[in-house]
Design a protein around this ligand. Structure first.
Ligand SMILES: [Zn+2]
Length: 347
């Protein structure tokens, strides 16, 4: 976080830095995209005001103003640029709302909202990015994360179901409905022969259940055809034989890794190691609501996939990603009061 210190002197410096990340090639109007903009006076909180000459002419007005934050997820926030900069830095350190509130000296509820905004922005632009695909050697595995409508009896009542059961009272594979949503993990192994190769790239999706019908479209969209595909013996993955070089290890028979005659190492150890990292991360939130689980998992995915970069590069990549969204996903999600079905996301 050291590189943030010069920008944390006052709101103007923080706003200037954030503007640089939003418009690295010069400020353009968020409404029409024109670069015919003129700087005006600053707002009280240090944000720069601009006038779009093009929009003003179209509207037949003298001015068409916008600020550094118009049409971004920060637009409706009352936090100052300096506070936001600090919050984003702490957010990247994977702190929870209580810790961020204490460190940035803001209300805990505000910190919670900030986290949801940042995670939601990243989820929309990074997690849902259809161009991100895995290839070469890909492992798949699933895990189950306890998540419920924690501490909200009203919510439990509204959805007309019994409170989440705790412990291992349930039989069979867990589902979102039984309070333990499965998470599907796909990971492209890091190319160990190339010292500059990026970290193992991972794709994590929170599911309603682990049926073939649920995971098939996700795997088809995220893993390039022809890749080597490693799983355990679980039969939901059998369909991948058609499009991938599918190989399995038989955990039931005590087999955890083997080398095939063609030299391929068959195992899911990369993905299984990832689960312990994810669990450590999710434990920081001290019980997690099902509504927000996928947003937290999305942040872990982003930070993991950028793990080979310098802290500052990751910070700037996250902010640039967040600046490219308007927060539309979160608004729709808030409206629905629940996690958006995947079918809606992949339209
Ligand atoms: Zn304009």
């Amino acid at each position: 976080m050291k590189h943030l210190i010069p920008y944390l002197q006052d709101d103007q410096k923080a706003a200037d830095y954030l503007r640089q990340l939003r418009w690295p090639d010069g400020v353009t109007c968020p409404r029409c995209g024109s670069d015919a903009v003129e700087s005006r006076e600053r707002c009280d909180n240090g944000l720069q005001r601009f006038n779009c000459v093009h929009c003003a002419a179209c509207l037949g007005q003298q001015f068409a103003m916008f600020t550094d934050w118009t049409s971004s997820i920060f637009e409706e926030s009352k936090l100052r640029p300096l506070e936001w900069l600090l919050v984003v830095g702490l957010w990247q350190l994977k702190l929870n709302a209580t810790e961020i509130a204490a460190a940035a000296d803001i209300q805990e509820r505000t910190a919670q909202r900030c986290i949801n905004l940042l995670d939601g922005g990243l989820y929309e632009t990074y997690h849902l990015d259809p161009t991100r695909q895995l290839e070469h050697q890909v492992e798949a595995d699933e895990c189950y994360q306890s998540a419920g409508s924690k501490g909200l009896p009203r919510e439990v009542e509204r959805r007309n179901r019994a409170p989440r059961q705790r412990g291992l009272q349930l039989r069979g594979r867990a589902t979102a409905e039984t309070g333990r949503p499965p998470i599907l993990g796909l990971v492209q192994r890091r190319d160990k022969t190339d010292p500059d190769a990026p970290a193992a790239q991972v794709y994590l999706e929170v599911l309603e259940n682990v049926r073939t019908a649920t995971i098939k479209p996700i795997i088809a969209a995220k893993v390039k055809g022809g890749s080597q595909f490693f799983t355990d013996e679980y039969n939901i993955y059998h369909f991948t034989k058609a499009d991938y070089d599918h190989r399995t290890v038989n955990h039931g028979a005590g087999e955890y890794a083997r080398r095939d005659p063609d030299g391929a190492c068959v195992h899911c150890n990369t993905m299984e190691g990832m689960w312990s990292g994810l669990r450590n991360f999710l434990d920081r939130f001290k019980g997690i609501s099902q509504r927000f689980l996928h947003l937290r998992v999305g942040r872990y995915e982003f930070l993991h996939n950028h793990g080979h970069l310098h802290w500052r590069q990751t910070f700037e990549a996250a902010l640039q990603s967040i600046f490219s969204t308007t927060g539309d996903y979160l608004r729709r999600m808030t409206h629905q009061h629940r996690r958006m079905p995947l079918t809606l996301c992949y339209r």
